[in-house]
Write a protein that binds this ligand. Structure first.
Ligand SMILES: *Cc1c(COP(=O)(O)O)cnc(C)c1O
Length: 388
């Protein structure tokens, strides 16, 4: 038998990393010592104290049954307490917080709750592919807002046509940003909140990298804008902050109706976040600042090595101190794809072509800081040889 995939799945853009992935596998099979700076997945283990919390929680029989619902009261309260401490924003744990299975599923499922066929979903380009995929699965139409270097990779709201705005239901933003590593200030969020209120658009902010920044540069939450809760929902994740990508836990916070809508969509699809992992998440959110601080210091040291080496080799790097990505211009005369192929073939470095995140990413490539310093030093040496 042959089975045809749904039109929605077929309509997703071709997976642009396939070419690089094929080359990567071939190089590895040939025994090449590849420096893989392609995938944004923390290489360090989850802190021991959190693993201990999970082990202990796993022995509680109450946690052996369906978790159901929006999350355990203790987890949601820990989220509210953390949010107050980190951003100075008060949240009602009962109505303004929902536990999520990492933030990817929540971002992907959010449109089920609020997007009808034909509704427009505004997505950043370049951007995390899940915003557009989630929209397409429910018949929504992604409209891509180009993020340009001349605008420090912030969208230009004035450039969105009125006809698009009329049909727009959701606007996605993501700062600190993947893939550009750009950040924004509270004044930008204020403009975004005003704009979305004026045009009656849900403002959905993905803040997966809230705690990945260098000292003194704490990224703001959109909910710090007075009145933002009238129009916004923000998606958070413990994955990047605490090296917890493998455990799948996050949360969404904001307007009670947006939180309840997401919880309702999820309630029809999943049965909640594993309780023992919510207990682990609670331990993470209650952990002393030193835990996230030590994660930050690792990326700071790595960034210095990689960015310093890239600059020395003549590359143009977008200056940033947040997220764990380095966003680099491809040399003149090359495309994102052709230069990433060259990097792999001639330098044994895996990079992600910028156009894989959207058309506006063409002309750039992305490197991650999720590899040990020694590997980054090796990459820098090879880059220097390539350009020399
Ligand atoms: C990593 C990432 C996420 C989601 O990570 P989860 O592990 O699903 O919480 C969401 N958005 C962006 C931009 C990311 O890079």
């Amino acid at each position: 038998m042959e089975f045809t995939r749904s039109k929605a799945l077929q309509a997703l853009p071709p997976y642009l990393f396939i070419e690089i992935d094929k080359k990567k596998k071939a190089a590895l099979a040939a025994g090449v010592d590849l420096v893989d700076l392609g995938v944004g997945d923390p290489d360090k283990p989850t802190p021991k104290s959190l693993i201990k919390a999970l082990q202990k929680a796993s022995e509680n029989p109450a946690y052996h049954q369906y978790p159901f619902g929006s999350g355990m009261a203790s987890y949601r309260q820990a989220v509210a307490d953390w949010f107050k401490k980190r951003f100075g924003v008060r949240l009602d744990a009962a109505t303004e917080v929902v536990a999520t299975i990492g933030s990817k599923e929540a971002i992907g499922h959010f449109p089920i709750a609020f997007v009808d066929p034909g509704d427009v979903v505004l997505c950043p380009d370049p951007g995390y592919p899940v915003y557009a995929a989630g929209a397409r699965f429910v018949g929504g139409i992604p409209y891509f807002m180009p993020l340009l270097e001349k605008n420090r990779f912030l969208p230009d709201f004035k450039a969105i046509p009125a006809s698009v705005l009329k049909k727009a239901k959701v606007m996605w933003l993501n700062y600190p940003n993947n893939p550009t590593a750009a950040t924004c200030d509270l004044a930008f969020f204020k403009r975004a909140v005003d704009f979305c209120k004026k045009h009656k658009i849900i403002l959905a902010h993905d803040m997966a990298y809230s705690e990945v920044y260098e000292a003194g540069q704490k990224p703001p939450s959109v909910l710090q804008v007075p009145g933002a809760k009238d129009v916004a929902i923000e998606f958070h994740s413990l994955s990047k902050t605490f090296n917890m990508t493998g455990w799948r836990v996050g949360f969404a916070v904001g307007h009670p109706q947006l939180v309840a809508g997401l919880a309702s969509a999820k309630g029809n699809l999943d049965s909640g976040v594993v309780s023992a992992i919510q207990a682990m998440g609670t331990a993470a959110l209650k952990a002393p600042d030193s835990l996230a601080k030590s994660v930050r210091s690792v990326y700071k040291a790595r960034r210095a090595i990689l960015v310093g080496g890239l600059k020395k080799a003549g590359f143009s790097v977008f200056p940033s101190q947040a997220a764990f990505y380095v966003w680099v211009k491809v040399p003149r005369g090359r495309t994102s794809a052709s230069f990433c192929s060259l990097l792999l073939d001639k330098a044994g470095i895996v990079a992600t072509p910028g156009n894989g995140f959207g058309a506006a990413g063409e002309g750039y490539f992305r490197l991650t800081l999720t590899a040990p310093e020694a590997r980054l030093r090796l990459a820098v040496k090879r880059l220097a040889a390539l350009r020399g």
